[in-house]
Design a protein around this ligand. Structure first.
Ligand SMILES: *[C@@H]1O[C@H](CO)[C@@H](O)[C@H](O)[C@H]1NC(C)=O
Ligand SMILES: *[C@@H]1O[C@H](CO)[C@@H](O)[C@H](O)[C@H]1NC(C)=O
Ligand SMILES: *[C@@H]1O[C@H](CO)[C@@H](O)[C@H](O)[C@H]1NC(C)=O
Ligand SMILES: *[C@@H]1O[C@H](CO)[C@@H](O)[C@H](O)[C@H]1NC(C)=O
Ligand SMILES: *[C@@H]1O[C@H](CO)[C@@H](O)[C@H](O)[C@H]1NC(C)=O
Ligand SMILES: *[C@@H]1O[C@H](CO)[C@@H](O)[C@H](O)[C@H]1NC(C)=O
Length: 636
C-alpha cells in the first residue's frame, strides 16, 4: 500500500510542478489508532462544583489553578459556547497579567481552547477586549465586537507541553476585565498538523478558521462522532460561499481514509460539501488575517457527487492570494474513487489583511469543497530562566508587592506584556530571558530584601527608592557583577553596608541616602574615584568613615585588634579561673554542710546525751553536794 501512496505522490508531482511546500494527505492503509484515550482537562471557570454538560456528558472540573480574579455568573455570547453558568473575571486591581497554571500534564501536544463570556447582570457595555497567551506566547487579541460572532467566542491553539505544566494567561489592555468561561486542554497526536520542516516545538498553531461546508450547522468533533485524538475541534457551519451561485450537497455513504493518524478527522465532516454551478464555476473563500504572518491552510475534499464518476470530470486549480497553490486537482484521480477523504495543505505568507482561496475549475467543470482549516503560524517565545522567575517570586512575597502588580505568568514574555517594574534582556547563549532591571521606586513597598535577589544575576539596575523597606542590605548583592545602578535611597534599611558592595566594579550610581544605616562605609566604596561614579550616603545617622560623614572611632591596627583580642581572652581566662575557684569553694562549703546535715541525727543524739550527761552529772554533783550543805547546814 505504501508504494501505492508514493506512486500517487509521484503522479501528483507531475501534475503540480510549481508546488513546493504543499503537501497532500490521504492515508493508504486502515486507520491507525492510539492504544489509550488522550489526556484531557476541562475547567468550568468560577464553578464551585464539577459540572457535566449535555449532549456529550463532558466533565468540567470546578475552578482551579487560577492566579486571582473573581467569580460571577456568565452570559454566554453564542450558542456554540458550552452551557456553563459561571465565569472568572480579572479586574485590573488584581493586576494586568492573570493566569491559569495547570500542573501535572503529561508532556505532549495539546489543543488549548478558551471560551469567553460576559459577566451577567451587568448593565454596562461590558464586552472586554484583551490578549491571551499560552506557555508565554501571545496567541490572540480579542477583536471588539467578538461577542456578536459565533466563532469568536473562543481562542484555540495547538501547543507542545514540555515541562509538565500548562500556563494560559490573560493580559489586560485597559478595555474591560478579561472574563473566562472555560479552559480545555485536550491532547492531540504528537504529529497533528505537522506541516513540514518548519513545524515543531518552536511552533504554535492558532486556529484562525475552521469551516464545515454544506451542512450549515456548526459542530464539534464530538457531535460528528470524531476520534478523541482529534482534540474536539469546532467547525463553523456554512452552506454557501456565494448565495445563488453555489449549492450544498450531502451523502450518508461511508467515507474512507478520514479518521486516520495524525489528525483523525471525523468521517461525517466529508458527508457534506459545497459545489459551484455554471453561474459561477469558481468557489471563492475570503477571511480576515493579520498581515505579515504565515498561515497554514488545510483543504478537505471527498468526491461525494454521484454525478462525477471518473477522473477528468472535475478538475480545478487552487489559488491562495492570487498565487497558485495546487494545479489540476482531480479528487477521483488522487484518491482512486468516490467517498474517500483528501486533504491538501499549504503554507502561505499573508502580506495584507485578507486571505483569499479560489477553487477554479480548469476543465469546464465545477469546484467542490468539504471543509477548510486555517491556522496562524506563531513562533513560540523563549522563556525566562526558571531561577530568575523564582527569585522574582520570592522578591514579590518578601516585599509584599501589591496585588495590582499582578506578576503572574512569565516575567518577560509575551514580549507585549512583561511584568511591570521588570526589564528584560535575551541571553542568546542560554536561549533564555533574564532580568536586567528592577524599577519599583515609590510603590509603598514594605518588607525586606531577600538574600536570593542575587539570583537575578543579569541585573544592571535596581531602583527601590522611596519605599519602606526594612532590615539589612543583603550581602549577596555584591555578587551581581554587572550592577551599575543601585538606588535604595529613602527606605528604612538598617545595619551596615556590606563589604561585598565593594566588589561591584561596574557600579556607577549608589544611592543609600535616607536610610538608617550605620557603621563604616566599606573602604573600597569610599575610596572609589568619584569623578565617574556618584555615591550618596547622606541622611544615615550612623554611617561614618568617608569624607562628608563623621569619622569613625579610632582606627585600630591589626596588631592592636590582636592585642585587644588577647587582652579580652586573658580577662576571660581570669574570669573563668575566678569563677572556677568560687565554684570550688562554694562546692566545698556545700559538701561540708551536706556531710553535717547527713550526720545531723547522731550529732543531735550525742548532744542530747551530752546534755543528759551534763544534767546527770549535775544531778550527781547536786546529789553529792547536797548533803554537804545540808550536812554543812547541819553542821553546827
Ligand atoms: C475565477 O477566478 C480567477 C482567479 O481570480 C479569475 O481569473 C477568473 O476570472 C474567475 N472566473 C470567473 C468565471 O469569475
Ligand atoms: C514565514 O515562513 C517563512 C519560510 O518558512 C519564514 O522565512 C518567515 O520568517 C515566516 N514569516 C513569519 C512572519 O513567521
Ligand atoms: C478535461 O475533460 C475531458 C473530458 O471531460 C478529459 O478527457 C480531459 O482529460 C480533461 N482534462 C484534464 C486536464 O483533466
Ligand atoms: C530612582 O527612582 C527615584 C524616584 O522615582 C528617582 O528620583 C531616581 O532618580 C531614580 N534613581 C536612579 C538612579 O535613576
Ligand atoms: C534592623 O531593623 C529590624 C526591624 O526593622 C530589627 O529587627 C533589627 O534588629 C535591626 N538591625 C539592626 C542591626 O539594627
Ligand atoms: C544626596 O542625597 C541628598 C538627599 O538625601 C541630597 O540632598 C544630596 O544632594 C545628594 N547628594 C548628591 C551628591 O547627590
Amino acid at each position: 500500500m505504501g508504494s501505492c501512496r508514493s506512486s500517487h505522490l509521484h503522479l501528483l508531482r507531475l501534475f503540480l510542478p510549481m508546488v513546493f511546500s504543499a503537501n497532500i494527505f490521504w492515508a493508504s492503509s486502515a486507520a491507525h489508532t492510539h492504544s489509550r484515550d488522550p489526556f484531557a482537562i476541562r475547567i468550568s471557570c468560577g464553578a464551585r462544583e464539577d459540572v457535566r454538560t449535555q449532549p456529550t456528558n463532558a466533565l468540567w472540573y470546578r475552578d482551579f489553578g487560577y492566579s486571582g480574579g473573581r467569580l460571577a455568573n456568565a452570559t454566554p455570547t453564542s450558542h456554540i459556547t458550552p452551557p456553563l453558568k459561571t465565569l472568572r473575571y480579572f479586574p485590573l486591581s488584581d493586576g494586568p497579567e492573570n493566569c491559569y497554571n495547570i500542573r501535572n500534564i503529561p508532556n505532549g501536544h495539546y489543543a488549548v481552547r478558551i471560551f469567553f463570556a460576559l459577566v451577567a447582570d451587568s448593565n454596562l457595555d461590558n464586552e472586554p477586549v484583551f490578549d491571551i497567551s499560552v506557555e508565554g506566547t501571545q496567541i490572540y487579541t480579542l477583536k471588539s465586537g467578538w461577542s456578536n460572532i459565533d466563532d469568536q467566542a473562543f481562542a484555540e491553539a495547538l501547543v507542545f507541553v514540555t515541562d509538565g505544566s500548562m500556563s494560559t494567561c490573560f493580559h489586560s489592555t485597559g478595555h474591560g476585565d478579561p472574563s473566562i468561561l472555560s479552559i480545555e486542554i485536550l491532547q492531540v497526536d504528537a504529529n497533528a498538523y505537522n506541516f513540514g520542516p518548519e513545524w515543531g516545538k518552536g511552533t504554535i498553531l492558532r486556529t484562525a478558521k475552521r469551516i464545515t461546508c454544506g451542512s450549515g450547522k456548526p459542530a464539534f468533533d464530538e457531535d460528528l462522532n470524531g476520534d478523541h485524538w482529534g482534540g474536539d475541534r469546532f467547525w463553523l457551519g456554512t452552506s454557501t460561499f456565494n448565495k445563488g451561485s453555489d449549492q450544498s450537497i450531502s451523502t450518508e455513504n461511508r467515507i474512507t481514509q478520514a479518521s486516520v493518524k495524525p489528525n483523525f478527522y471525523p468521517e461525517k465532516l466529508y458527508h457534506s460539501a459545497i459545489v459551484s454551478t455554471d453561474r459561477q464555476p469558481n468557489i471563492t473563500f475570503q477571511m480576515e488575517v493579520n498581515p505579515n504572518k504565515n498561515y497554514s491552510i488545510w483543504l478537505h475534499f471527498a468526491e461525494i457527487d454521484p454525478g462525477i464518476t471518473s477522473k477528468g470530470q472535475r478538475v480545478f486549480d487552487v489559488l491562495v492570494n492570487s498565487g497558485i497553490a495546487f494545479t489540476d486537482v482531480d479528487i477521483i484521480q488522487i484518491t482512486g474513487g468516490h467517498n474517500a477523504a483528501l486533504v491538501l495543505h499549504k503554507i502561505v505568507a499573508a502580506s495584507g489583511r485578507t486571505l483569499t482561496i479560489i477553487l477554479m475549475p480548469t476543465n469546464g467543470s465545477h469546484a467542490i469543497i468539504n471543509a477548510i482549516e486555517v491556522f496562524e503560524v506563531i513562533s513560540a517565545e523563549f522563556r525566562t530562566s526558571k531561577e530568575e522567575v523564582t527569585a522574582l517570586q520570592n522578591l514579590k512575597n518578601s516585599l509584599g508587592l501589591p496585588l495590582r502588580f499582578g506578576w503572574n505568568g512569565d516575567p518577560c514574555v509575551p514580549q507585549q506584556h512583561p511584568w511591570s517594574g521588570v526589564d528584560c534582556q535575551f541571553d542568546s547563549r542560554s536561549g533564555k530571558w533574564g532580568i536586567d532591571g528592577l524599577g519599583l521606586d515609590n510603590q509603598g513597598l514594605r518588607g525586606t530584601l531577600p538574600d536570593d535577589i542575587s539570583k537575578l544575576r543579569h541585573l544592571q539596575s535596581i531602583n527601590l527608592s522611596g519605599n519602606s523597606i526594612q532590615g539589612a542590605i543583603p550581602f549577596s548583592l555584591g555578587s551581581i557583577t554587572g550592577l551599575e545602578t543601585l538606588d535604595l535611597s529613602f527606605n528604612q534599611l538598617n545595619g551596615s553596608i556590606p563589604e561585598s558592595l565593594g566588589q561591584l566594579t561596574s557600579l556607577q550610581i549608589l544611592n543609600l541616602n535616607g536610610n538608617m544605616l550605620s557603621g563604616r562605609v566599606p573602604a573600597k566604596l569610599g575610596g572609589r574615584p568619584l569623578h565617574r561614579a556618584s555615591f550618596n550616603f547622606t541622611g544615615n545617622s550612623g554611617l561614618c568613615g568617608i569624607p562628608g560623614l563623621p569619622a569613625c572611632g579610632p582606627h585600630l591596627s591589626l596588631a592592636a585588634k590582636f592585642g585587644i583580642a588577647l587582652a579580652a581572652l586573658l580577662v576571660l581566662l581570669l574570669l573563668v579561673v575566678c569563677v572556677t575557684c568560687w565554684l570550688k569553694r562554694r562546692q566545698n562549703t556545700l559538701r561540708v554542710q551536706k556531710i553535717a546535715s547527713s550526720r545531723e541525727a547522731p550529732y543531735a543524739k550525742s548532744k542530747t546525751n551530752f546534755v543528759r550527761d551534763v544534767q546527770m552529772s549535775k544531778h550527781q554533783r547536786l546529789h553529792e553536794q547536797s548533803p554537804t550543805p545540808t550536812e554543812g547546814g547541819l553542821l553546827p
